[in-house]
Design a binder for this molecule. Structure first.
Ligand SMILES: [Fe+2]
Length: 341
């Protein structure tokens, strides 16, 4: 037998042996995400590593509560959830352990992960201004600050101030404007509301399309979801609504993340870190981001998403998303002071 065939045989033996050894390796994933592309995302991880994924899916806040109540006996290795403000809450509750990973630090921009490695962003979302195309010109709305103008009186729809997206947006406004100006902004926008805050981002977009109000704020993926919907009435909503990436001439559009962290009592810590590193790989980035019409956090990875690609490049807020969490208590108090429900 030649040396070359011996190498081939050895390689074949290793290839068949590796998954057998890894057969009992598992990862317990608690996730509030469920998208079509997730199946491929997880199957591919198992194929690459031999680590089987057990998934527990529930609502964001329910998962955090569950991990907290399971305490040191929690089987959870990784928590995947949305919004830096929520990851911050989980961190504050002491649920995560810090992870040091050269791969994660090299691939994920510092502004999109927690400095000590308690959690990492794996996809990016932007909070946009949306408007009724028949009634508003995009030039009228260049910044979040513009929504405070009295010209919008009775024309603005917004969701509740206790919603994590609005808390995180306020966290950014407090950082950029200072608390006094941020409060004046919130008071003015609240005064411009067409109706009491209710519903989610999609409900705001539908209200704008229906003419119940003229402008709102929404994450880009709700707009993209409507634009790509199989239902004609949903596509019509997106056709009637235009979007603006605010603050291109100042600090940039407000950015948030979907992310994950390794839990403090993770029984399968090594598998958990491997999973996070996998999520930062080119292929996983595409699945993870595109599943919810979000952008990858790894700069060179591009998604093939018609709505996102039509948006093009834009200036993003460079603020570290951890600040959104840190400002969360101040944000809620500020909204309460201006009686934004
Ligand atoms: Fe959302």
């Amino acid at each position: 037998m030649s040396a070359f065939s011996r190498v081939l045989l050895l390689a074949a033996a290793l290839a068949t042996a590796a998954p057998a050894v890894a057969q009992d390796k598992v990862l317990n994933l608690y996730s509030s995400r469920h998208y079509q592309t997730d199946e491929a995302l997880y199957a591919n991880f198992t194929k690459l590593t031999g680590i089987k994924i057990n998934r527990i899916e529930a609502g964001e806040d329910a998962l955090i509560e569950r991990i907290r109540s399971e305490g040191a006996r929690s089987p959870a290795d990784v928590l995947v959830t949305v919004d830096a403000g929520r990851l911050w809450r989980a961190e504050q509750a002491g649920l995560f352990q810090p992870v040091k990973s050269a791969a994660l630090e090299a691939r994920i921009p510092a502004s999109l992960r927690e400095a000590a490695g308690h959690w990492f962003g794996f996809s990016m979302r932007a909070r946009l201004i949306a408007f009724n195309k028949a009634k508003v010109k995009p030039e009228e709305l260049r910044s979040y600050e513009d929504l405070a103008d009295p010209k919008w009186k009775g024309r603005v729809c917004m969701r509740s101030s206790s919603n994590i997206y609005n808390l995180s947006l306020m966290g950014a406004l407090i950082d950029h404007l200072g608390e006094t100006k941020a409060e004046s902004w919130a008071r003015a926008v609240r005064g411009n509301l067409a109706r009491d805050p209710k519903g989610g981002d999609t409900d705001q977009l539908k209200a704008v399309a229906a003419g119940e109000c003229d402008v709102t704020i929404s994450n880009q993926y709700y707009y993209a979801r409507l634009a790509r919907s199989a239902k004609a009435d949903e596509r019509l909503v997106a056709e009637r609504v235009g979007v603006v990436f605010p603050n291109q001439a100042s600090w940039g559009t407000h950015i948030n993340i979907s992310g994950a962290g390794v839990l403090k009592h993770a029984p399968n810590r090594d598998a958990a870190i491997r999973f996070l590193e996998y999520l930062a790989s080119d292929e996983a980035q595409r699945y993870f981001a595109d599943g919810n019409n979000e952008w990858p956090v790894v700069a060179q990875v591009k998604v093939d998403n018609p709505v996102l690609n039509a948006f093009g490049e834009f200036r993003r807020d460079a603020l570290n998303v951890a600040v959104l969490g840190r400002n969360q208590p101040a944000s809620q108090k500020l909204y309460d002071r201006v009686a934004w429900k």
